[in-house]
Design a protein around this ligand. Structure first.
Ligand SMILES: [Zn+2]
Ligand SMILES: [Zn+2]
Length: 107
């Protein structure tokens, strides 16, 4: 068990801050949450890096995936919902007809 360097709570999987080297719990792992001594480098580095990575790697594929998937899902949903109701109605009618036929022939 490791204790968080900031709040002192025991954590099984401590996060090591890359800017000050301290070990922190999940709640304190971000530099602003543990009064990080290297917060100036955190303010400078991660945000452009994350933004660039998101734009390079996920941007193209994400927009392509998001643009195509909801349409397919939407058409699938509407395509499945409407026949589903019709199929249910047909099944109900068939069951009622079957019960009526059984009642007529049985009695
Ligand atoms: Zn903590
Ligand atoms: Zn830190």
């Amino acid at each position: 068990m490791t204790r968080c360097d900031h709040c002192g709570s025991e954590c099984t999987l401590p996060f090591t801050c890359q800017h000050c080297g301290g070990k922190f719990c999940a709640a304190c792992r971000l530099p602003p949450n543990h009064d990080c001594t290297g917060i100036s480098s955190w303010n400078a580095k991660p945000r452009p890096a994350v933004g660039a990575g998101y734009a390079r790697g996920g941007g193209v594929s994400a927009t392509g995936g998001i643009a195509t998937e909801p349409r397919l899902r939407g058409t699938k949903k509407t395509a499945t919902d409407i026949p589903y109701l019709k199929i249910m109605a047909v099944i109900i009618v068939l069951v009622l007809l079957g019960l009526a036929w059984l009642a007529l022939t049985g009695y």
